[in-house]
Each structure stands twice: as structure tokens, then as C-alpha cells.
Design a protein around this ligand. Sequence first.
Ligand code: NI
Length: 135
Amino acid sequence: MNKKMNPLEYANELTEHWSPRIISNVDDYYIKVARLKGEITWHQHKNEDELFLILKGALTIELENESVILNEGDMYVVQKGVLHNPVAKEECLVLLFEKNSTEHTGEIKHEKSRSHHEQLRVLDLKNNLNSSQKL
Ligand code: NI
């Protein structure tokens, strides 16, 4: 989207946990924001890397042999094929950058898994009437 955007403002509008929303794209990559609390499920993305950038709060990404603790401003790229389990002990807001083919929880179908269709629902900013335009 060719307009100035503040990802944190969009993330602040989110009301559901573990329901990423697409706010823009860079070629075939989506930029998403999500509000996280607790955990979702261990999963992997066979063919895609997944970038997490912490906008607010802190997130632990559990990997098979270690846990990576990310604080505000930190980012981490989970490499393709690596099992991971993001855990938010306290609520946090994140930006995700990933290929448009990336499924929320990989091949795992979890009750919290969100489809691309759900993630593409327009996220309106309360104080910005222009934000309702589609990508
Ligand atoms: Ni993932």
C-alpha cells in the first residue's frame, strides 16, 4: 500500500489473540500484525521463513533445542522447516513478514488457525477514515 503507515497503530486495533491481519504487502510477501497471548501450537513452515518483529511487549519463540526471548524492537527469523512454538506469557503485539503462501500454523490444522481469507479482512483505524481502502 503506497501510503504512510504505522504498524503499531494497526496492531493496537486488534481485539482477538492469534488472529494475524494483513496490512500491506511487498511483492509476494505479506506484512501482518498480530496480538498474541498464551500460545497456539508447535508447527513448521516447510517452504517459508517467518519473520517476527516485536512492536510491544515480549515474546518467547520456543525451538526444539532452545528458546529465543524477544523484547520490544527485537526481531527473529524462523527458518523454513524449523519447528517453533511462539509463547506470549504477557500480551504482546508483533509484526510478521512472510511469503503470501505461508499458512498460519503450517500443515497443522488447529482450532486457532486462521485462513488467508480471514487474515485479509480489512483492519480499520478508528481515527483514520482512509484506512478502509483495500490492499
Ligand atoms: Ni509459524
